[in-house]
Design a protein around this ligand. Sequence first.
Ligand code: HEM
Length: 405
Amino acid sequence: MPTAPPGSPSLLAFPQPRTCPHQPPPGYDALRGQGPLAKVALYDGRDVWLVTGYAEARALLSDPRLSSDRTRPGFPVLAPRFRASVARKLPLIAQDPPVHDVHRRLLNPEFSLKHVRAMRPQVQEIVDRFIDRMLEKGPPSDLVADFAVPVTSLVVSRLLGVPVEDQSFFQDATSRLMRATEAGPSQQAGGELAAYLDRLVTRLRTEPGDGVLGRLASQEVEEGRLPHDELVQIALVLLVAGHETTASMIALGTIALLEHPERLAELRADPDVLPGVVEELLRLLAVTDLAGSRVAVEDIAIAGHTIRAGDGVLVSGTLANRDPDVHADPDVFDPKRAGRSHLTFGYGIHQCLGQNLARLELELAFRSLFTRIPTLRLTVPAAELPVRGTDTGTIQSADHLPVTW
Ligand code: HEM
């Protein structure tokens, strides 16, 4: 188990690496049963709070004394690449009210349940297109490169209004931005995408098309209510927040389902169980690992501890989702659990804007994959798949998923 860097000898290092791509890092076991809050050490030796209790996580994620502003001193930085300025000034996710709420209201229409339901045929068509290609090409296939990444990339770019001919650039630059382990390459890919989105927003101001960027460019930017550069940054956030998270859920969810053939059989027999399956996969996989990163702006007393102003606070979705006070047998995959008690989409004012869309993508992806390719299986045992290091942050994924049928 990795230990803390020098300077914090007694604290557990955070994040810890996974050994199996769809299970929590074994290193987190040391934190279970130790109360709802613990101190952990980041790669740079700083110690921060890690919140592992479900009730405390919800209380803190809705507490205005915690800030999401990544430029504030004391904000926890998880890996060197997050020091890049492009990662620190993101609208919505790295903003506090009142500016946060203004941006959120601007985006709400395209993310409403009604709008997302209307996207169902489009998303289904995208899912089917990539399954068709896999079937045409024949086995084996890399489910990440051939399905999870292109499906989620195309859905986000449809939502934004990115022209089809720019797809491959878009996908390549996004992937470089996500996988970079250092600030330099991350800044480079972020810069390329920002330059591209800058040109796109300029074009959409007069030729809006039917994506969210076109609506905001032709109305809010053209009429002077939203600065052009802010819309470019918003586009970048939607892209970063919506793409890799959902692709990881498809990849890791597929592995988890293949490892539970009895659940898979139930799903095939009765597709109505699918929403419960998706919810349980979201709870157990917690692909972002963290449900939120914050810095305290005032002292906060909670669960017998005092979080001091300036302290970094990380909320562990992985552990809060497995809080035994909320879920009996929390490590068991049980799609029939009552309620949606997980923090995989966060909580409070920053709760995931794209959760309706993500749920739709996951439902259609799993339904179509397992009904259209009923004999789908991994070509290597899940435990032998390479796992990501902690130098790209905490997003859990499989970079490749070799499958056959
Ligand atoms: C399974 C897939 C997804 C997961 C696990 C996920 C997870 C999260 C989490 C944990 C947060 C809260 C961060 C915080 O409080 O600091 C968040 C926020 C956000 N997500 Fe998602 N997300 C997913 C898919 C998407 C999609 C598809 C989109 C859009 C296309 C999206 C857009 C956003 C945005 C814009 C925010 C910031 C909201 C705000 O700060 O008000 N996400 N997401």
